[in-house]
Design a protein around this ligand. Structure first.
Ligand code: MG
Length: 226
């Protein structure tokens, strides 16, 4: 049986993405000539492209201009991030390395579903040695909507492994849970991002953990009772 566990990054595997946040600010200024930042909207769980579009829309930039300069903006975002990640380190959330290592040795296949551009996603993970666990994924560079990224990741897994019997999506925001439900996969919510247990419960994930520190408990959900 092929089990696929797909993980969000920010607030699920890692914390502190100052390099990413600051890179948006630089890209807004350099490409669109505006003073803006990601805190102008509630962007948890949004893809990078959607964050750019929504922030700019909010401050009155026309959709035409947003669209025309988007490819350049994504380039500047990625370049700036690559420079800043050397200065602002990310923090791995408790239990994550142990969980990924246990999943790997149990034969569970792992992938990413993150709104980060692919280079940014692997840029963050490689600084803390976690990139080696992920062979596929759906990224913010592939799609604007989260459910599309999920579908891309599943399609890649099916191609790679021949079949996929069970898919889990692990994430920290209502948008992760909603995408998982839309995509027909099993949803696992973790409260290590900006959302409390009470808030995430409202979105009725299939499973909910305070964090990923209890490897045994998470493994039990993913592998079923042994
Ligand atoms: Mg997240």
């Amino acid at each position: 049986m092929v089990i696929l566990a797909l993980f969000d990054i920010d607030g699920t595997l890692l914390r502190n993405n100052k390099a990413h946040v600051d890179a948006f600010e630089v890209a807004f200024k350099e490409v669109y000539g505006v003073d803006a930042n990601v805190f102008m909207i509630e962007c948890s769980g949004m893809t990078d492209q959607l964050i750019i579009a929504e922030v700019l829309k909010k401050i009155g930039v026309s959709e035409e201009v947003i669209k025309a300069k988007m490819p350049t903006c994504l380039e500047v975002l990625a370049e700036t991030f690559a420079r800043l990640i050397k200065v602002h380190h990310v923090t791995v959330l408790g239990g994550v390395p142990e969980l990924l290592s246990t999943l790997k040795s149990s034969g569970v296949k792992m992938g990413l579903v993150t709104g980060n551009l692919e280079v940014i996603a692997f840029g963050k993970l490689s600084t803390v040695g976690l990139d080696k666990y992920f062979e596929l994924g759906g990224f913010g560079s592939d799609a604007v909507q989260r459910v599309e990224m999920l579908r891309i990741a599943i399609a890649m897994a099916k191609k790679k492994y021949g079949t996929v019997d069970k898919v889990f999506l692990v994430g920290d925001t209502p948008r992760d849970i909603a995408a998982g439900k839309d995509g027909g996969v099993i949803t696992v919510a973790v409260c290590t991002g900006r959302f409390s247990e009470e808030m995430l419960k409202l979105n009725t994930p299939d499973f909910l953990f305070p964090n990923l520190a209890d490897t045994k408990a998470v493994m039990k959900v993913l592998l079923g009772p042994q």
